[in-house]
Design a protein around this ligand. Structure first.
Ligand SMILES: Cc1cc2nc3c(=O)[nH]c(=O)nc-3n(C[C@H](O)[C@H](O)[C@H](O)COP(=O)(O)OP(=O)(O)OC[C@H]3O[C@@H](n4cnc5c(N)ncnc54)[C@H](O)[C@@H]3O)c2cc1C
Length: 413
């Protein structure tokens, strides 16, 4: 497996449960144990220590009957010879290959230049922790989940934070009203958010970074962190015949167009749940689910992926904002139940397509998205329960899933 993140680790677990004697090697170009990037905001804020980010201990791999090759970068794959080549020259062969190389953070696409930091890997996080010492003003470019997690962590560290975002924060996951509540909370905690502003140029002078906006104003900071998005880490695979969109295109078995090569996680363009069209899903749950399915298929089983569903959870300053499935901008296409309370910072929205639930968004509702995910993925008919699902989401979602399980197993209660 090229990669040792969430996708590769869940593929390993699946392979070992089906074929314990298969030889498995995971290659990571990073010099340390596998970790989850989702823990990095808490390392940045100082809430957790470095050892808490590891997904597995060193001893795990030996016990699992696998080899973890750390600090080894794959620079080439030869599908005809079934080999991978490393940056240091050596080659290894494979029978079956999983590409789970994750994504890279994109750089700022603006005129001029200034030193910029990213927040994507453990190394980025450690660099940021080092650089932020003694510096108080941080300028963040971007308004997605990683940008807002960076803002949250830096505010918790006592920095002053300015966020410049071209449209509005969390546009992909939350509609305007929900994002408005989240923005209120960030602003109350001291963040300055410059929504609807394009950054056109960057400059650096006497330890200060200046970002010129399209309206002629300039926003300054002592550090500049670019969080404007990610792209699959697939450049080293160019020219080998893999079918590529932005990432590696797979079918529902997570197979690529090349024999015995599979892809999963941020690097893959796997089918999406609602449309079945191949698309990127750079979230943890998709990496875990795709890794599992790829692992099963790599062992010769025929298991089909139902497709990824977008799911995001942002715990921040004692609040929780969650979105699942179709959330932002779904008003015209779907039937919506919505309740907004800007005073209490609560938000609830369900989106239905006919008898099916297709989206759920909650802020500070004490819900658990797990059963909602099941309701969507199992395409449960909720037409008779829409109102109660909206009024009492926590209990009703659990009940609906249990009821489906009861019917499926013919148990009577
Ligand atoms: C700061 C941050 C916060 C996030 N927060 C959330 C969140 O709250 N919720 C959520 O759902 N998602 C979140 N994500 C996204 C989530 O972390 C990713 O979707 C997930 O980690 C993807 O898993 P993966 O296995 O595909 O890739 P990764 O976990 O990135 O692993 C990629 C692996 O490939 C290795 N690799 C890459 N190229 C090579 C090569 N050429 N040779 C050898 N090894 C290579 C790397 O070393 C690494 O081991 C966050 C991401 C970041 C950066």
């Amino acid at each position: 497996m090229i990669g040792a993140g969430a996708a590769a680790l869940s593929a390993l677990q699946m392979i070992k449960s089906i074929a314990p004697d298969d030889e498995v090697a995971l290659v990571t170009k990073e010099d340390h144990l596998p970790y989850s990037p989702t823990a990095l905001p808490y390392l940045l804020s100082g809430r957790i220590a470095r050892h808490s980010v590891w997904l597995r201990e060193e001893s795990y791999f030996k016990k699992a009957g696998a080899v973890l090759m750390q600090g080894r970068e794959v620079v080439e794959v030869d599908p005809a010879k079934k080999t991978v080549a490393f940056s240091k020259g050596k080659k290894e062969s494979y029978d079956t290959l999983l590409i789970a190389t994750g994504s890279d953070a994109v750089g700022p696409s603006v005129r001029g230049g200034a030193d910029f930091l990213k927040f994507h890997t453990l190394a980025d996080c450690e660099r940021l922790v080092q650089q932020v010492q003694g510096k108080k003003e941080v300028l963040i470019h971007g308004g997605g989940l990683v940008a807002m997690e960076t803002a949250m962590a830096l505010l918790e560290r006592g920095c002053s934070v300015k966020v410049v975002v071209r449209s509005r924060i969390l546009r992909k996951y939350f509609d305007e009203e929900a994002a408005g509540i989240i923005e209120d909370i960030f602003t109350e905690r001291g963040a300055e958010i410059f929504s609807g502003h394009s950054m056109v140029a960057l400059s650096q002078k006497d330890g200060a970074v200046g970002a010129s906006l399209e309206d002629g104003t300039t926003v300054t900071g002592q550090l500049f962190v670019n969080c404007t998005g990610v792209k699959p880490r697939v450049d080293f695979l160019a020219g080998i015949g893999l079918s590529m969109g932005q990432g590696i295109v797979t079918d529902t078995r997570l197979m690529t167009n090349l024999e015995d090569i599979y892809a999963a996680g941020d690097a893959a363009e796997a089918p999406e749940f609602f449309t079945s069209e191949a698309g990127l899903s750079a979230i943890l749950l998709s990496a875990v689910n795709q890794g599992k399915l790829a692992g099963a298929n790599m062992c010769g089983q025929e298991r089909h992926y139902r497709g990824w569903i977008g799911v995001n959870r942002l715990p921040f300053f004692g609040n929780v904002a969650e979105s699942l499935g179709i959330g932002a901008g779904s008003e015209e296409r779907f039937s919506i139940l919505k309740d907004v309370n800007r005073e209490t910072r609560q938000f609830k929205k369900l989106a239905f397509d006919g008898e099916h639930l297709v989206g759920a968004t909650f802020i500070n509702c004490g819900t658990n998205l797990g059963p909602f995910y099941q309701i969507i993925e199992r395409k449960l008919d909720v037409s008779k329960h829409r109102d109660i699902l909206f009024d009492r989401p926590f209990e009703t979602s659990i009940w609906l899933v249990r009821e489906d399980e009861r019917k499926a197993t013919h148990l009577s209660v």
